[in-house]
Write a protein that binds this ligand. Structure first.
Ligand code: ZN
Length: 431
């Protein structure tokens, strides 16, 4: 039996309650033939459920064979299942970090902090491993699922070319469609464009993609069904990306307060914004109080790996104020209805996979999102803008990537520091 056939309920509803018994018995029948401790069916009971958009004050969630099988917002606990008591806790979809850099084969740090999906925004495709097969699988795994940009689009001497790595560049004679097709062939899921005309460190002008190159690259990516996202830390460059029709901005500019024109441009374009407030916090001050408040919390500190700690404790060596302006721009764009997604830029100094997304969500709330809106920015919104249909919500039929948290992060975002359990494909993640 394919489990999709025993998941008839598309959303939380009275029908979910009425059919829960049949759903559960079907799931148990499925599980019986391939029982293992990791894929055992279970029910999380009497738990507050944040489904990615709204809150169910008290319900039960049934998991079997890697998927959410039923979300029961009223009625009795289904019989015959192992019970995880969710009383006093909140169940969330696995979190999505919309801006990371994948730096090696191990992706276990993120799920230990509830981050079950990561969107890489430039890395060497040679280090990715079998990430595409993994994200289609429902087998137990301790790794995050990965979508990647692979190499990005930048020009000779442009942003990123002094990284010490050698990769293909957009030369004067490069045909944009051929450049994008080559990235696609390497395994890139989305195209990342570097729209940085002033070096973030030296503050000196650097070469950058022209408006025409930007437009052609974005169009080529869209023809191949690839989202096109832009790095821009200055408003003028963000506008170049928005005019070209980028799917999203994967930083938010810090040089100026967003103008009415830019807000209108963003709204018209339909682009999302991934502000990476965590990055701006790390750049602003080596003391990085926002990050340290989280990583030194006794609910968090014991779970930080040596790799995470090494990233968190590596300073940038310079300071670049910007957090206040970027936070203000988040509020302006959010109030205007521009979709906001959460992202950290982890994989670079001062920022670590997994744990830094907790920092980002706290910074989004400080910028003016409600805790619930911040959680949506790490679940339903990124799933929507990238077209993921198997994750980002707590709904029957979706992948059982779940986070159980003590307390109520939908009213106090810092409660997310108190993670009680994480499941990947319905299997518990060892913390
Ligand atoms: Zn980045």
């Amino acid at each position: 039996m394919c489990l999709s056939h025993v998941v008839p309920v598309p959303k939380v509803s009275r029908r979910a309650v009425l059919t829960a018994g049949a759903v559960v018995s079907g799931a148990l029948a499925f599980g019986a033939g391939e029982a293992s401790a990791a894929t055992e069916a279970f029910v999380i009971t009497n738990v507050r459920i944040f489904d990615g958009k709204r809150v169910i004050d008290r319900g039960h969630v049934v998991v079997a064979a890697g998927r959410i099988v039923a979300v029961i917002d009223r009625g009795a606990v289904p019989a015959g299942l192992r019970v995880v008591d969710g009383h006093g806790k909140t169940l969330l979809p696995g979190l999505i970090d919309g801006h990371v850099h994948h730096t090696g084969p191990v992706r276990t740090d993120a799920p230990r902090f509830g981050v079950t999906t990561e969107l890489d925004m430039v890395s060497n495709p040679a280090v990715h491993g079998p990430f595409q097969q993994q994200r289609r699988s429902y087998a137990p795994t301790a790794n995050s699922d990965l979508w990647t940009a692979g190499w990005w689009a930048t020009v000779p001497g442009g942003w990123g070319t002094d990284s010490g790595q050698t990769f293909p560049l957009v030369e004067p004679g490069t045909v944009p469609a051929e450049f994008v097709a080559a990235r696609r062939a390497e395994g890139s899921d989305h195209l990342k464009l570097a729209l940085e005309d002033v070096h973030l460190v030296t503050q000196q002008p650097i070469p950058v993609l022209s408006a025409d190159q930007t437009t052609q690259l974005v169009a080529a990516a869209k023809r191949l069904g690839m989202p096109a996202v832009a790095h821009a830390t200055r408003q003028s460059m963000a506008r170049q990306g928005l005019r070209a029709g980028v799917t999203g901005l994967v930083h938010l500019f810090s040089d100026e307060v967003a103008s009415a024109d830019t807000v209108a441009l963003a709204r018209r374009s339909g682009a999302f914004v991934n502000p990476t407030l965590t990055l701006w916090s790390a750049l602003e001050s080596a003391a990085n109080p926002a990050s340290n408040a989280v990583v030194r919390d006794p609910r968090v500190a014991p779970y930080i790996s040596a790799t995470q700690r090494a990233f968190l404790e590596t300073p940038w060596g310079f300071e670049r104020p910007g957090l206040r302006t970027v936070s203000r721009n988040v509020k302006i764009l959010h109030d205007a209805g521009v979709p906001i997604t959460a992202g950290t830029d982890s994989g670079i100094p001062g920022i670590a996979h997994g744990v830094s997304l907790l920092v980002e969500l706290e910074l989004l709330v400080r910028a003016g999102l409600t805790p619930r809106e911040a959680l949506t920015a790490a679940t339903a919104t990124p799933a929507g803008v990238y077209g993921f249909t198997d994750r980002g919500r707590v709904k029957p039929g979706l992948r059982a990537d779940l986070v159980l948290v003590d307390g109520d992060p939908t009213t106090d975002i810092t409660a997310l520091r108190g993670i009680s359990a994480v499941w990947r494909n319905g299997a518990p993640v060892s913390r």
